[in-house]
Design a protein. Structure first.
Length: 371
């Protein structure tokens, strides 16, 4: 990559036109520069930003933050991305670590889940044939050619709601469509319990882990999601809930519509572009718009996306997706990681990208050792 090609790639990144691989290259390079103190000083960044902002489009990502300013300065100073990448590709320490990881590599997660019917029968969905897989009262359960689970109700027969649970293991994800037409995506190590038919005055489901909803609108039957003592009430909307037991807070992020988040006497109304942060030890539910929506929804779109995330937050996601335990050795530096890359890659490649932060990884069986 020539110096001009490097500049062109950075300009393409700021315009939001990079593909997935190009995005990963730029953000991994920047992350390494940040951790090795090769990013221009604040004064140089401000001067560079002032000089180039008239000629640059409004950035498509992380507007107004130090990330944008630093890259703007980098374009002006003609720093070559290739030089940094070549340095790390030739680093003996990096080569040894990646080589060790590849010898004990782990595949990424995949589309898999277990469906538990109302009578206790368990169906492994990854091995189930397409078409009808179960009949519960007047509701037929089918698996589509795309691997989705769909509930079809026969309105000519009386409804007797039966509760099902669809659960993904670590290293799994799944998409299902409820009887009312609501689309549900489950992240790894997540579950949803729901009736095969919504016959009451509302539509109530219970979830664990992380779930993205596109709720079918029905003004006469509000949709309710219960998780870890919290209730989210909606009519028809798109939103994400992150409620893993090992995460310190529950985050409900609204993309479309309106929702009300409630816990005991605490409640908060969300508008699109807002996120409710529920700390069970707090007396309030905090509402913020200071978050990266691309990071929130990355898992559903087949990506890892980290926006100044600490190593423990990153490794919790890695552990769920690759179904591994994480062991920390020595003093782990308090670094923040940024970058985006496909989650449908082997563990060694994912870890090699994270190594740009100056942290070593080693795979031993189903353990990842962080050093």
């Amino acid at each position: 990559m020539t110096n001009q090609e490097s500049k062109d790639l950075l300009k393409k990144y700021i315009e939001g036109k990079c593909d997935q691989e190009e995005t990963a290259w730029v953000e991994s390079w920047y992350l390494n520069s940040l951790n090795n103190n090769t990013v221009p000083s604040p004064e140089e960044i401000e001067a560079a930003y002032t000089a180039v902002r008239a000629n640059l489009p409004k950035p498509a990502r992380i507007a107004g933050r130090r990330f944008y300013l630093s890259i703007a300065a980098t374009i002006l100073l003609c720093v070559s991305v290739a030089a940094y990448l070549a340095f790390h590709q030739s680093s003996p320490n990096s080569e040894n670590t990646v080589s060790t990881a590849k010898q004990n590599d782990l595949p990424p997660g995949s589309n898999k889940a277990i469906l538990t019917l109302g009578n206790g029968q368990r169906i492994i969905l990854t091995g189930a044939s397409n078409g009808k897989i179960a009949q519960q009262g007047n509701v037929a359960v089918s698996k589509t050619a795309e691997g989705q689970i769909v509930y079809n109700r026969n309105d000519n027969e009386p409804s007797v709601p039966v509760y099902n649970t669809t659960a993904t293991p670590r290293g799994g994800e799944y998409h299902l469509i409820l009887a009312d037409g609501t689309n549900v995506w489950l992240n790894a190590a997540s579950s949803i319990t729901y009736p095969t038919a919504f016959t009451g005055h509302d539509r109530t489901v219970q979830v664990t882990g992380e779930v993205y909803f596109e709720v079918s609108h029905d003004q006469h039957k509000p949709f309710k999601v219960i998780t870890r003592g919290q209730t989210v009430e909606v009519l028809g909307t798109h939103f994400n809930i992150n409620a893993y037991d090992d995460e310190p807070v529950i985050k409900t992020t609204l993309f479309e519509g309106a929702v009300k988040v409630r816990r005991d006497a605490k409640s908060a109304m969300l508008k699109p572009g807002e996120q409710a942060v529920d700390n069970t030890n707090s007396s309030t539910i905090n509402v913020t718009n200071n978050f990266n929506s691309a990071e929130v929804i990355a898992w559903k779109n087949g990506k890892f996306y980290f926006d100044y995330s600490d190593i423990h937050t990153v490794m919790r996601q890695i552990a769920r997706w690759y179904d591994v335990d994480v062991v920390y050795q020595g003093k782990i530096p308090a670094k923040r990681l940024s970058g985006s890359f496909s989650k449908y890659t082997d563990a060694s490649k994912a870890l090699s990208i994270l190594e740009y932060a100056g942290i070593d990884f080693k795979i031993e069986g189903r353990r990842i050792i962080v050093k």
